[in-house]
Design a protein around this ligand. Structure first.
Ligand code: CA
Length: 232
């Protein structure tokens, strides 16, 4: 009888928890809809002005919402623009030839991870790194671009990890290589250690000072940690 009561109590708790979460989802969904429509109004208004910084910030916000909602293009494609939707191959971005009808694939081609750039990341979730740090940073030490394949910039980087655990604390610098893909607006840093965990960081194409980082298992690309990076 006691066990039955415990099971019933557990099921009730699960149902309540699920109800709570679905209410949360609905609230977030409504907020996102309202924000999207406000943002579209803001972008429409700002496009009529000439302040480039405001235009950049508005498009940065717009791009982050588009990323949340999905832009209708594949992972290896680039969305030319929500006002003039068109998917082109990611490798056609920033190659010097206009492939989008609106030419957006050849705009915003500044490299956010130039040599000397440093980013500091605050760990949001982590179920995979062996040191479980609160802060992960990376410094770009070298950049190489090829004339024949200029939609990608190859980088050398140092990943810096500071950890403070109950058993041990310290910091470590892990040198690695990687690349920035202009079409995906993504930095990829190859696994620096034998655990084969790689680091990616997605920019929004407008704001060069922040990117959404993920640590993934190299073989499966399963995400096991998320980190918000901002320029140091
Ligand atoms: Ca192009």
């Amino acid at each position: 009888m006691m066990r039955l009561l415990v099971v019933v109590a557990f099921l009730v708790a699960v149902v309540i928890a699920e109800e709570d979460h679905s209410a949360d989802f609905e609230k977030i969904d409504e907020r996102l809809d309202r924000l999207t429509s406000r943002l579209q109004g803001l972008v429409d208004n700002i496009d009529n002005r000439v302040d480039p910084e405001r235009i950049r910030r508005a498009h940065s916000l717009e791009q982050r919402v588009v990323r949340l909602e999905g832009d209708g293009c594949g992972d290896r494609e680039f969305q030319c623009g929500s006002d003039n939707p068109q998917c082109v191959g990611a490798l056609l971005v920033c190659d010097g030839v206009k492939d989008c009808r609106n030419g957006h694939d050849e705009e915003n081609c500044e490299l956010p991870t130039a040599s000397g750039a440093s980013f500091e990341g605050h760990v949001i979730s982590d179920s995979c790194t062996k040191r479980r740090p609160d802060i992960i940073s990376f410094d770009i030490t070298k950049v190489r671009r090829d004339n024949y394949f200029n939609t990608v910039a190859f980088v050398n980087a140092n990943i810096r990890i500071s950890y403070d655990g109950p058993q041990r604390s310290g910091s470590v610098v892990l040198p690695t290589t990687g690349y920035y893909n202009f079409g995906q607006q993504r930095l990829v840093l190859n696994p620096p250690e034998s655990d084969r965990l790689l680091l990616t960081c997605d920019f929004d194409g407008y704001n060069l000072n922040r990117c959404n980082g993920e640590i993934k298992h190299e073989a499966s690309l399963e995400v096991c940690a998320t980190i918000l990076f901002t320029r140091a």
